[in-house]
Design a protein around this ligand. Structure first.
Ligand code: NAP
Length: 293
């Protein structure tokens, strides 16, 4: 695959901590951005001047934008912050790309939370029900003003990011300790593993295909079925795990019930075969195997 000079913004977050080493190992020149830390670029990306200075200095061929406010409840509490981090940052990146006559391509990560109602959802089936989804959708519109690929996704897997845990990390920890937990039967999704998403992102970086695409597993399941399938794959005890519904959870923001995506457009345009969610769960044996003995 062609090698690229790739800037990853929000590189020290959950996805960035898997994606960056993966792209480096594949031979790409990876420039890491964070607000602080040992990275090539430190900047507050909500500030247009800082964005221009940083991008002029490193001149990337592709930007993978992972910088975002991903805390759904925090977005609900603070819509202005959700706007700044999920929209303004993308506007700033898109404006710089426009200034460079689209010589750079933006890969914008979005979310399956732009959907609700009965899935699997095709790309046009937008149904916005919380500020997180709303702000991420507005970010997609900002990305579309420049050369860009927008990917609506969701993911799980072993976090390589200290202080950030994924859904599967939370389940593995709770099941290993035998903590009582309730898993939701009324919430459905179609996520990919962090490792598989990183592989697909490399293909997207190489192809630089314009458009908005769902990117998830070939099929979906409820979060309850996911939790029980993960426990079975990893041989973890299920005695304290109960099936329930999300209605009783005390959450600040509404959560969509069916986020399952139809990702066939991505599979066709990028010529890839999507895994089933069961296959992705089975792959967690290798990811978590050593940790849970
Ligand atoms: N996590 C999921 O399950 C999930 C599911 C679907 C889609 N997504 C999407 O995937 C992408 C990556 O998610 P993630 O979970 O890896 O995110 P994450 O762990 O929350 O990391 C986001 C990063 O953005 C940085 N950031 C926030 N505001 C910034 C600003 N003003 N300037 C510069 N950097 C800023 C943060 O830096 P600091 O460390 O300095 O705060 C953080 O490292 C996001 O677009 C998200 O919406 C995530």
């Amino acid at each position: 695959m062609a090698l690229s000079r790739v800037l990853v913004t929000g590189a020290l977050g959950l996805l960035g901590s898997t994606l960056v080493p993966f792209l480096q190992a594949r031979g790409h020149e990876v420039l890491r951005h964070a607000r602080k830390g040992e990275v090539e670029i430190c900047a507050d990306l909500t500030d247009a001047d800082q964005v221009c200075a940083a991008l002029d200095a490193v001149a990337p061929e592709v930007i993978v934008n992972l910088a975002a406010l991903t805390n759904v409840d925090e977005c609900e509490r603070n819509p202005q912050l959700a706007y700044l981090e999920n929209v303004r940052i993308v506007e700033n990146l898109a404006k710089w790309i426009q200034k460079k006559a689209n010589a750079c391509h933006l890969v914008q990560l979005s979310t399956d939370q732009v959907y609700d109602g009965l899935g699997p959802h095709k790309e046009s089936n937008i149904n916005l029900t919380n500020y997180y989804g709303f702000s991420k959708y507005a970010g997609e519109l900002a990305a579309a003003t420049a050369s860009s690929t927008v990917l609506r996704t969701n993911f799980f897997g072993q976090s390589q990011c200290s202080g950030r845990t994924s859904l599967s990390d939370w389940l593995v920890q709770a099941l290993t300790k035998g903590e009582p937990i309730t898993v939701f039967e009324d919430v459905r999704f179609s996520p990919l593993s962090l490792a598989r998403l990183s592989e697909f992102l490399e293909i997207v970086i190489a192809k630089r295909q314009q458009g908005i695409y769902n990117l998830g597993s070939r099929d979906g399941m409820s979060k309850a079925d996911f939790a029980f399938a993960l426990a079975e794959a990893l041989g973890l005890p299920i005695r304290n795990m109960a099936r329930g519904t999300s209605g009783k959870a005390k959450l600040n923001a509404y959560r969509p019930k069916d986020m399952c995506m139809d990702s066939s457009l991505f599979a066709n345009i990028f010529s890839v075969e999507l895994p089933t969610l069961k296959e992705e769960i089975q792959a967690m044996r290798a990811a978590y195997g050593d940790d849970i003995g």
